[in-house]
Write a protein that binds this ligand. Sequence first.
Ligand code: NDP
Length: 322
Amino acid sequence: MSMHHKVIVIGSGPAGDTAALYTGRAGLKPIVFAGFGAGGPPGGQLMLTTEIENFPGFPEGGIAGPVLMQRMRQQATEMGAVFHDVDVDKVDFSKRPFKVWVGDDEYTAETVIVATGARSRLLGIEGEEKLISRGLHTCATCDGAFYKKKKVIVIGGGDTAMEEASFLTRFADVNLVHRREEFRASKSMLERVRKNPKVTWSLNWQPLKYLLRDNGTVKGIQAKNSKSGKVEDIEADGVFMAIGHIPNTDLFQGQLKTDENGYLVTGHKAGGPQGYPNTYTSVEGVFACGDVQDHTYRQAITAAGSGCMAAIDAERWLAERE
Ligand code: NDP
């Protein structure tokens, strides 16, 4: 395999695959390092979900996450992208051509598109990842509709937990479980949930482990009360984890500008119209798309959209230099 490329894409969720599809179609022969950042197989967070009902184009009951990702990869491959299921170990963006290492193999690139995504913070219990989509969920917008007229637990006390709890009350009764009495959530979001009669509160409960049905799906949590020390089972039809997200940006520390939560900062195009979104990072020639730079929308379709933007930005940036 050639070691120098016009475009290297790091990550293979909807953002990376769409960037690969577009740059492939533009004849740039992208190489994609499809890593394991979401904790599951290459393909990102959708590899850990079941049905996706809100990705446009699949009206008959949606499409399974892994199938969608397999199809995106197939389409990008047909356009000339080459995928390698490996993690990138190191990058050097200090000068061009940029350097990317996989083990001892050094690759160089004229442009790099970073699409390493983010992962949901979990409790850290062994085998927890395998419970995702088996009664344990990390995205209410994605999976809430499976709980019509049911009872769910939302874990967390930040804005994400409030947002997820609010959204879930469209379908279900919500028990909000938080380990303290104080909240990180903004006052306005907290008040909105407090006024919602479909939400009950279990405060000062730290989750210890998941309760499982005979078929291995989650039916609640066991939690410890931080005031009384009591351990109790809290049952529900499903559990939504909302204790934050972790962007997969370790690889880029000290090289690309991040915000206070570790997300890559984009929009750095010099002279670009103010307020107009673009995928330029703090290093010219390195672009970022998807959840690694977006803590607001976090949807497959928005990730795919920003992957398209990164490909167009990279393509134009290269064309200006030819
Ligand atoms: P936060 O870090 O703000 O909150 C995480 C919550 O999870 C905290 O309540 C924390 O508890 C709890 N938690 C963390 N680890 C554990 C654990 N191991 N066990 C139990 N509980 C745990 O993350 P968010 O995702 O809520 O928000 C991230 C950022 O995104 C914030 O800046 C937020 O404002 C922003 N955001 C904004 C939105 C909006 O404006 N629409 C929507 C969503 C997010 P504790 O407080 O005790 O540490």
